[in-house]
Each structure stands twice: as structure tokens, then as C-alpha cells.
Ligand binder design. Structure first.
Ligand code: AMP
Ligand code: GLY
Length: 444
């Protein structure tokens, strides 16, 4: 398991529940992963170092967690060495690493997404902003750990973000604003076949009620009681399969997990973004419910043998994950503080504490080592119970200056998340072959 975060800890835990998995090794891992499996101090984004470790350990499968190693070509070097790997090639990972590339693929595959324009200079940016109007959406083209997107009513703020990207030598994607609740759906693929997991919702902003700047994600829950019937099939038919087919026809098949970030707008479902990996912290919630052994699924995807007809097993219970972040995250997170209450929170029934940015200090104590420090994940009978339990766990954790949202899954638990305009049925019945006006307008 390659990567240092909470998503990787969730995957490690799922692998440990798989009766066919003999042994799990992680690189570099974190303090929580080190408590569960063997860890190795290897730079996750160094393809040669990762491949050497995989060879030395004679592993059957390498799973790459984060986007940076994928964009650095770690999967390519492993595959060239004859090692099975779950994670896309550098070329296929462009679906996440370049938002402009993702837009081109979506246009070619008729995937519904926001109208967008690429700008490389101020005049182009101004024209695009004025074409779409407020609220303005300005995205750094490249990887930015979830922090490259500015959504604002203020044209000057939008332009300032574009200028910052230009000054750093980058391009920006400017697009129409998509309203409506967001859904994250992970779709496994072996390059040809697709198999969707259960949908989740993520909370991107740092503060309650979606206030403040975007983060990597402050919490998640699954399943979504408000999701339109047929949502998953709809995403597979209109988004995932066409995208996987398009990538294959370009000679760059996508092997791994296609993270479909969607907005359920009043005009139907639209793709907000693709990622080339599992989402964090959605994975912490989704895998807590998965009962089908994960190792076998990822192995099948890595070796071209994914069974599209496989019926995945899920507990009907609800998972809620609440992220505890360090002081000053997402700006300049304060690190190196001791964390208390980890054992007490983990001891609660149906609660897991999954580590993200944690490390050991010289005395062997667990300390904060990143922006998002950990996630408390609870399983309950329904959202209320899962929320209550997750927050019970969070309250037991002690970390100086730490921050967490207190409204993860709150609106959903009160029945306040709705898909505007479209009833569940009308979304499900929208014919896939109908050309969406938003696609016709895509300027790329
Ligand atoms: P991205 O990095 O593209 O996922 O964007 C991060 C977050 O910004 C998304 O999860 C949304 O909350 C928001 N966002 C991105 N694009 C749009 C859009 N076109 N309209 C509204 N919100 C957006
Ligand atoms: N939770 C959002 C992401 O993983 O990008």
C-alpha cells in the first residue's frame, strides 16, 4: 500500500479483513498504519524506490493511494517490472492531473459536465468569467491537493486566483457554476470493465455550513438516503463506462479507481471533476461498509479480470467519518503536537480511528504531522446514530488547536438534502443518448 494518509489506512484495514490477504506492507504509512502492518520509509513518489521495495518484498499486488505517485509514473515503472498494480499509468492519471485534459475526454465521450474554457492569460480569463457570470469557478489546471479551486461571487477574487496561477506559469479552467448536492462515486476499472462502489458525500470546506476555504475533505458519509433511484447505474452508463472506453481507445487504458465527483443540478447530473484514485475521506466511510473482500477486487482490477456482474456486499448500516485537522489547516498547519484519547476512541464499539497526518516523536508518542490528522469513523443504524457515535469518538481525542466540523451528515440526517427540479425518477430516466446542452456548449 503506497501512501501516507487516512485513505491508505482505510484501505489497509479493509485488506486486513480480507481472508485471502496474507500480509500487508505499507510505504511510507503513518503512525496508525504502522500499528497495523509493516511500514517502510520509502518515498511514495519515487518510482524506482517503490519498485525496488515491491521486488524485495516479492508482493503480489501494489496499490497506489495518492495522486502524486500516479502522476509521477509509479504505476508505469511497477508494471514495466512485471508487478501487478492497482492504479493508473501516468498517461491515464492525467484525468486528474490536468483538468483541461479531463474536459477534453469528457467532451469526446459525451459525458455531462460544466461548460468550461481554458485560459492562459488575463484577457482570456476575463472573457471567460464574463461569459459564465457569477458565481465564478476558477480552477488551477494542475494538481493542488483540493485547494486549487476558487468559487466566488467576487469577480476580483476570481481574477486574482487566475493571476496567481498564471504567475506560477500555469493555466486555468474557468467554468459555469453547478448548483445542487455533490456525490462522490468510486468506480473500479481494469481498463475495460467497471464496477461501482457505494456513493458517498464529502464536505470540502473547512467550516460548518460550508464556510471558509476548500480543504482535502473534512468528513463523509455513506450511503446517501436522498440519492435519486438509479443514480449509480446512471453514473456508470453516462460517465464511467464512456470515460473508460474513451481512455482505452486512446491507447491509455485506465486501471484503478475512477473517482467521479458529481453535482446533482436542477438540469441533471454533471461531472465536477475526475480523480484517478480513491477519495479521502470518502474512502474511510465507504470501505467501512464494504463486506466483499477488497484485496480480491483490487487484484482483479489490476490484472484485467474485473467481473462487472459481481454483486458487492455492503452492510446496510450507515458510516460517518469526521476528520480532525490541525490548527491553521488548510493554510499552514501546526504539527508536532501530541494526540491523546486514541485508544479510548478506538475502544468504542463500531468506531475506528483512522490516522492521516500522524507520526511518532522521539519518545514513541503519536503526534500530529500534517493538516488532516485523523478521521473517526462510526457505523450506526442510520445517520443519527452514526453521527452521534462518530462525534463521541471525536470528543475523546485531544489535540491542541485542532479543528473539526460539527455538521458532517447533519443536513442529510434532517432530510434537508434535495435534488432540485428533478425527481429521483426523472434523473434516472434521462436518456443517455440525448445530447446535453451543456456538452454542446463545451469549448475545448
Ligand atoms: P475540484 O477540485 O474540481 O473537485 O473542485 C473542488 C470543489 O469545488 C468541488 O468539490 C466543488 O465543491 C467546488 N466546485 C468545483 N467546480 C465547481 C462548479 N463548476 N460549480 C460549483 N462548485 C464547483
Ligand atoms: N475528498 C476529496 C478528494 O479526495 O479529492
Amino acid at each position: 500500500m503506497i501512501g501516507p494518509g487516512g485513505r491508505e489506512h482505510a484501505i489497509v484495514r479493509a485488506l486486513l479483513r480480507d481472508p485471502y490477504v496474507e500480509q500487508v506492507h505499507a510505504a511510507p504509512g503513518n503512525a496508525g498504519i504502522a500499528a497495523d502492518v509493516f511500514v517502510h520509509p520509502v518515498d511514495a513518489s519515487n518510482p524506482e524506490a517503490v519498485t525496488a521495495l515491491a521486488r524485495e518484498l516479492a508482493v503480489d499486488l501494489v496499490i497506489v493511494g495518492p495522486e502524486a505517485p500516479l502522476a509521477a509514473g509509479v504505476a508505469d515503472v511497477l508494471r514495466d517490472a512485471g508487478i501487478a498494480v492497482f492504479g493508473p499509468s501516468q498517461a491515464a492519471a492525467q484525468l486528474e492531473a490536468s483538468k483541461a485534459f479531463a474536459k477534453q475526454v469528457m467532451a469526446a465521450a459525451n459525458v455531462p459536465t460544466a461548460m468550461a474554457r481554458v485560459a492562459t492569460a488575463r484577457a482570456e480569463a476575463e472573457e471567460a468569467l464574463d461569459t459564465f457570470g457569477a458565481p465564478y469557478v476558477v480552477k488551477d489546471d494542475g494538481l493542488a491537493a483540493g485547494k486549487g479551486v476558487v468559487v466566488t461571487e467576487d469577480r476580483d477574487v476570481a481574477l486574482a486566483h487566475a493571476d496567481e496561477c498564471f504567475a506560477a506559469g500555469g493555466t486555468v479552467v474557468i467554468e459555469e457554476y453547478l448548483d445542487g448536492p455533490e456525490v462522490s462515486l468510486f468506480v473500479l476499472s481494469d481498463g475495460r470493465n467497471v464496477l461501482p462502489l457505494a456513493p458517498a458525500q464529502d464536505f470540502k470546506r473547512i467550516g460548518n455550513d460550508d464556510a471558509g476555504p476548500n480543504t482535502g475533505g473534512m468528513g463523509a458519509y455513506s450511503p446517501l438516503p436522498w440519492a435519486p433511484a438509479g443514480l449509480v447505474d446512471e453514473v456508470v452508463c453516462r460517465v464511467a463506462q464512456p470515460t473508460i472506453d474513451e481512455m482505452a481507445s486512446r491507447g491509455t487504458p485506465f486501471v484503478g479507481v475512477l473517482y467521479c465527483g458529481l453535482a446533482m443540478t436542477s438540469r441533471g447530473m454533471r461531472v465536477i471533476e475526475f480523480n484517478a484514485r480513491f477519495g479521502d475521506p470518502e474512502t474511510q466511510a465507504v470501505l467501512a461498509r464494504l463486506r466483499t473482500p477488497l484485496g480480491g477486487l483490487l487484484m482483479a482490477a489490476a490484472t484485467g479480470e474485473l467481473d462487472e456482474d459481481e454483486q458487492l456486499h455492503w452492510t446496510p448500516r450507515t458510516a460517518v467519518a469526521v476528520v480532525v485537522a490541525s490548527e491553521n489547516y488548510p493554510d499552514k498547519p501546526r504539527t508536532g503536537d501530541r494526540i491523546s484519547g486514541l485508544d479510548e476512541a478506538s475502544a468504542l464499539e463500531d468506531v475506528q480511528v483512522l490516522h492521516a497526518g500522524t507520526a511518532h516523536d522521539d519518545d514513541g508518542q503519536v503526534v500530529s504531522a500534517g493538516g488532516r490528522v485523523l478521521a473517526v469513523v462510526a457505523l450506526g443504524d442510520g445517520l443519527d446514530q452514526a453521527r452521534e457515535l462518530a462525534y463521541k469518538g471525536v470528543d475523546l481525542i485531544g489535540l491542541r488547536g485542532s479543528q473539526h466540523r460539527t455538521d458532517i451528515a447533519l443536513k442529510a440526517s434532517r432530510g434537508l438534502v434535495t435534488v432540485a427540479g428533478a425527481s429521483a425518477q426523472s434523473v434516472a430516466q434521462e436518456a443517455p443518448e440525448l445530447v446535453d446542452p451543456a456538452i454542446e456548449g463545451t469549448v475545448l
